[in-house]
Design a protein around this ligand. Sequence first.
Ligand SMILES: NC(=O)c1ccc[n+]([C@@H]2O[C@H](COP(=O)([O-])OP(=O)(O)OC[C@H]3O[C@@H](n4cnc5c(N)ncnc54)[C@H](O)[C@@H]3O)[C@@H](O)[C@H]2O)c1
Length: 258
Amino acid sequence: MTLPTAFRLDNKIAVITGAASGIGRGIAETFAQTGARIVVADLDPAAAEAAAKSIVESGGQAHAMAVDVSQESEVIAMFEDVVRRYGRLDVLVNNAAIFPKKPFLEVDTAFWDSLQAVNLRGTFLCLREAIRHMKASGGGAIVNISSVSSMQAVVHHNGTYNASKAGVNSLTRTTALEFGADGIRVNAVLPGGIPTAGARAASAAIELKGPIMGEGRIPLGGMGDVQDIANATLFLASPAARYITGQLLAVDGGFLIS
Ligand SMILES: NC(=O)c1ccc[n+]([C@@H]2O[C@H](COP(=O)([O-])OP(=O)(O)OC[C@H]3O[C@@H](n4cnc5c(N)ncnc54)[C@H](O)[C@@H]3O)[C@@H](O)[C@H]2O)c1
């Protein structure tokens, strides 16, 4: 498919967290196809290397970086390395997250803190460091991968995750407001259920109860896929969305309005 120039990311430096698998990998591959130079940032170094290699073998530009987004020193070092290597940072996608489920009355502080450390603190740390560098180089675009679960409870046993993603929505809006004048746009994509390996494992580990995203709850029919999320993320990251900031875009087949 040939995209109009405004929807492309030619020569943009794009850091994508959690890009070694699932939705993040799909975003990385899609951005690379439109000319971006990708930093595949992930906790799993071998999988990150494999994802970067595959992008390069397909004609794109990418390199892997091992990072745990919950660790402040690692996040600072990663963005410093990117800017040292390329001179600037244009795009960040905050995609890395974990989604273990636990019945609410069994959630202890260790479970709560370990999930928030990745999903909410990790998003905060990457936002802070990316914005620091984007401000210095005249602007940029950030897309946070949130979830429809930030707006609607969807299933039981997901309270810790839902709260983390509601926090991501809030960070999206507050940073969009605070840094608009610096030429930095911040938006969020809220995926519906997307069958990735990570999502399947999290759902298989516990008996799911609740309305779930089943038959009849999705006006457009079945489940979406990784490419649906990657396409929306590309739009928000691209110059085509130059007048859009602080928005929460559900990519869910209409689930949230059903
Ligand atoms: N799959 C879905 O149904 C769904 C629905 C709504 C929202 N989301 C969101 O989409 C995003 C991606 O989900 P997915 O299904 O592709 O997940 P996934 O588990 O398939 O992939 C997540 C990636 O993040 C990496 N990661 C985990 N912890 C990390 C850390 N501390 N530092 C750096 N990297 C880390 C993992 O190694 C993995 O490569 C997440 O933010 C998730 O909350 C997914």
